[in-house]
Write a new protein. Sequence first.
Length: 366
Amino acid sequence: MKFGFGFPLSQLPLWLTVALGAVLLSVGALYWLEIRRKRRIALFVQHTLLPRLVGSYDERVRRPLFWFTVLGFAFLLLALAQPHWGRAWKEVRKHSRDVLVCLDISESMRPTDLLPSRLERAKQKIVTLVDHSPGDRFGLIAFTGAAGLQCPMTLDHGYFKAVLSAVDTDSISREGTDIAAALAGAVEVFKDEDTKRDEFARDTRAILLISDGEEVSGDAIEMAREASQYCRVYVIGVGDPDGAEIEIPGWMAREGVRGAAARGMTHLSKLDEETLIRVADAGNGPYVAATPDDWDIEQIRGAMERLESRMVESDVRLQLVNRYQWPLTAAIALFAAEGFWLAAMPWLRAWKARRATQPRRETQHG
């Protein structure tokens, strides 16, 4: 018969050590309390004279209290370990949220004010979010002056991260930062999802927009407002508001895409927080500035936790049954018996006192 606990069996030695230590600690505490009780009695009468002076006094009456406490505590620890044995068929349901990442891969994402670069740091943060969301579906839209779906919504996080890793500033040749196009593409994905499932799941999904917001084209605010009818729009701003120097590629200088190219082949790329905050507000979601640590991802995770989840998969599997109720019932019964025994101790002592005086009366009558 297979046996298990509510934790991996590899942690069993640790649990046994902790449980044994806790039991020994409780035994030591009870022993100390008993020694203290005897010392307090010894202040008034010598311990060896108690049975002669008080006929009802008997140390054996108190001994069950010790075992009730120790065994009750041991069974309580066993219940906390959640022992599993026996098998039963159970329905296993998987619940998920949908997060469609819209990632800015324009040339302005190449500066190194966030190491190793804005784009690479954004990828790292996306991977962190995915790793902390094992049950959620993710998709990816990359955008510059145009937007394209790189990865459809999927539970296969390995595939999603492989696609994410391959995306670069060269993936889409059109220059610019068209946030509106990215949001429009995300809305189309969610519309298709609603059509396939014949349901409207606005409260279970979100768009995660990651951009520096520089040189935004299109009406991003209005598009975010439209997107809010289908999902929440979360925004992470990457970059330095004071700007970072970026070298302009030669092909952009030759084609005259940027006027600054002729004046030194560099450009000061700044984080446009004002625009990104307005996009987040229009999309009924939070705006978070990228941080060197994972504080920003924690904020996004907190917002995601407030989304509802929906069932994406159901299966029937043969699983071990959690039997924590049995040791828990035993622990409750032992603690209850301890209480009853405490309540019965005066009656037991009175009964013993009557038995102790009965031989004396018989002797006197004789």
